[in-house]
Design a binder for this molecule. Structure first.
Ligand SMILES: Nc1ncnc2c1ncn2[C@@H]1O[C@H](COP(=O)(O)OP(=O)(O)OP(=O)(O)O)[C@@H](O)[C@H]1O
Ligand SMILES: [Mg+2]
Length: 218
């Protein structure tokens, strides 16, 4: 019995958390076992690391940052993601290694290959079966973030050019692995985006394969 590992990626404010919630609800309604999780901070250790990463004042060395994200991911995969997949669940993860590559690689001094290699070492090579990339112009993402009214964290305070580089980096990752990525125009309604993602999940993981699937599904 093997589950399905789905990650949702994109710059801040593109609707990742909204889509994880909607997909989880839709898949549970079909009778599937679903685990919703996020990075950084999917475990107790990860939550401590998340506080350090998002709220440290002053510059964080790029290698130190990469190692902290990798440590969070190692714990998350070992304690949450791999056990859930082994039990046949659909795992929905808000951000994963593509975020590390896009933010740290595009924004800072390390190469995409270095970040990817570090992450794959940390996770024993665990890659998503499907990555939904929510693509949105930086200005629109900024408007959505502002509407949420939360205080911006360290990465959100970076300027528009930084977010533009990160958006590009995500699109380049999708181009390099078209079979893993579903790129969605995030200006569409949340309902429409969820429907497209759900179609892809159904194609990859028919209900008859699911842990507690409803037989005779689509
Ligand atoms: N498809 C959509 N169309 C318009 N607004 C949306 C859509 N999806 C989400 N939103 C709204 O945009 C805001 C940001 O959504 P959400 O928190 O899901 O994004 P996020 O990518 O998880 O953000 P963050 O990176 O800050 O965690 C919320 O107010 C949400 O209600
Ligand atoms: Mg979110």
């Amino acid at each position: 019995m093997s589950g399905l590992f789905v990650t949702v990626e994109g710059i801040d404010g593109t609707g990742k958390s909204t889509q994880v919630r909607r997909l989880a609800a839709a898949l549970r309604a079909e009778g599937r076992e679903v685990v919703e999780t996020l990075e950084p901070g999917g475990t107790a250790l990860g939550r401590a690391l998340r506080e350090l990463l998002l709220h440290t004042d002053g510059p964080v060395d790029a290698r130190a940052e990469a190692l902290l994200y990798a440590a969070d991911r190692a714990q998350h995969v070992a304690r949450v993601i791999d056990p859930a997949l082994a039990a046949g669940a659909v795992v929905l993860c808000d951000r994963y290694l593509d975020s590390s590559i896009a933010y740290q690689g595009a924004g800072r001094s390390l190469s995409a290959d270095e970040i990817r290699g570090l992450s794959l070492w940390a996770t024993g090579g665990r890659l998503p079966d499907l990555t939904v990339l929510l693509d949105l112009p930086v200005a629109e993402a900024g408007v959505r973030r502002a509407r949420k009214g939360e205080a911006p964290d360290r990465l959100e305070r970076e300027d528009g050019a930084f977010h533009e580089r990160v958006r590009r980096a995500f699109l380049d990752l999708a181009d390099a692995e078209p079979e893993r990525f579903l790129v969605v125009d995030a200006r569409q309604s949340a309902d429409r985006i969820a429907a497209r993602a759900l179609d892809r999940v159904h194609a990859l993981h028919p209900a008859s394969d699911a842990a507690h699937g409803v037989s005779g599904g689509r």
